[in-house]
Design a protein around this ligand. Structure first.
Ligand code: ADP
Ligand code: MG
Length: 261
């Protein structure tokens, strides 16, 4: 039996008080994710994607609804998922190696063992030789690689990546996209990935969830039927190009039918 209900978001609404009035960021959002899936979340700016991640990460409490992983509610229980943001959030006073291995060290893994576990991934993402540098000594792209490694090495099965490559140049982005898909398959992670970029969503995902403008609701769920390993050239294949056009069209309609403030 496939594990249809590994991660379940059930009728989740989250509202915020905003100077006397209430802003509903997401409303009645429900979806299930199978273990091992790479699911991208696309939606207009401000539709509640980061709010959804903060809820899944246990950092915010839903106004209504529940979120479970393997049948256990994660509401108000931070620490059940790995979480990466567009801003790298590396600790400036720690070396790259100490940043990358922080999660294992906090779990009591010895320094030597944590370093040995990190080493193959450090090489694969081109950070070898920079292990003892501080974040401020590296470029933005390298810091983001380090943040990705740290997230991959948290040991969590579910990873939430919120526009992690949004600020990178095209080549670095492609390198990290390929690294992420390789590691996702090798380490059998379940990944939820927020992006603004339809090509990126198609290139990486098994499925794409399209959210409406605020309050965010699930508009559509697409399956991406491209074989793996994928290459950027596959995006030009007619079936993929047609799917891209359909996605762009829905997004465009969603953005243009709402006043975005
Ligand atoms: P997205 O990530 O899709 O761009 P967000 O989840 O960041 O959207 O925000 C969704 C809506 O919720 C926005 O209108 C935002 O202003 C509001 N919001 C998010 N976090 C808070 C907060 N802590 N307090 C008040 N409003 C918030
Ligand atoms: Mg956001």
């Amino acid at each position: 039996m496939p594990d249809l209900s590994y991660l379940r978001v059930q009728a989740v609404t989250r509202a915020f008080d905003s100077g006397g009035s209430t802003v509903t960021a997401i409303r009645d959002v429900s979806f299930d994710v199978k273990r091992g899936t790479f699911l991208s979340i696309l939606g207009p700016s401000g539709c509640g994607k980061s709010t959804l991640f903060n809820l899944i990460a246990g950092l915010l409490t839903p106004t209504a609804g529940d979120i479970t992983i393997s049948g256990q509610s994660v509401v108000n229980r931070p620490g059940q998922v790995g979480y990466m943001l567009q801003k790298d959030l590396l600790l400036p006073w720690r070396t790259i190696m100490d940043n990358i291995t922080l999660a294992q060290r906090l779990k009591g893994v010895s320094r030597a063992q944590a370093r040995a576990m990190a080493q193959p991934l450090i090489r694969r993402c081109g950070l070898q030789g920079f292990e003892e540098y501080r974040p401020s000594q590296l470029s933005g792209g390298m810091r983001q690689r380090a943040a990705l490694l740290r997230t991959l090495l948290t040991g969590q099965e579910v990873l939430l990546l919120d526009e992690p490559f949004g600020a990178l140049d095209a080549i670095t982005r492609l390198q990290l996209q390929l690294l992420l898909t390789d590691v996702w398959q090798e380490m059998s992670k379940t990944i939820l990935f927020v992006t603004h970029d339809v090509d990126e969503a198609l290139l990486l995902s098994d499925e794409i969830l399209l959210l409406s403008a605020r309050p965010g609701r699930v508009l559509h769920r697409f399956t991406v039927d491209m074989p793996r390993p994928r290459t950027p050239a596959m995006l030009a294949e007619p079936a993929v190009a047609a799917q891209k056009a359909a996605l762009m069209d829905l997004l465009w309609k969603e953005v243009s039918s709402h006043d975005e403030t």
